[in-house]
Design a protein around this ligand. Sequence first.
Ligand code: AMP
Length: 125
Amino acid sequence: MPVKGLGEYDPTNIFARILRSEIPSRRVFENEHAIAFHDINPQAAIHVLVIPKGAYISLADFTTQASDAEITGFFKAVGAVAKQLDLETPGYRILANMGEHAGQEVPHFHVHLFGGHPLGPMLAR
Ligand code: AMP
């Protein structure tokens, strides 16, 4: 079910549990402020999620509440993952869903990274 409102951070959400290693994930990258792992239901040949280690629901939450070091560390992680997966030359797409209209399912801020083949139009019409 998509996230309806942006209330309190839910520490039982699936990504919080992945961060605590309570459930497994296929991690591809970690730095001080972020981890990246393969999406369990890939929508492209390569589909990786990058998430901050801190408890943030949305981009607004992250960019207003996180420290500059956390924000920098997170976006450096996104770039590092693309480089590590050899996606810089062929290209790739990043996307982040926020709230109900975007269909955000997991209420922990995350960026999707897609690649591995031509990705087609940005949005289905
Ligand atoms: P969003 O709709 O932007 O909130 O995306 C949530 C993403 O999390 C979806 O692409 C799911 O396939 C993915 N997902 C859900 N549970 C897991 C999990 N346990 N491990 C990896 N990815 C997951």
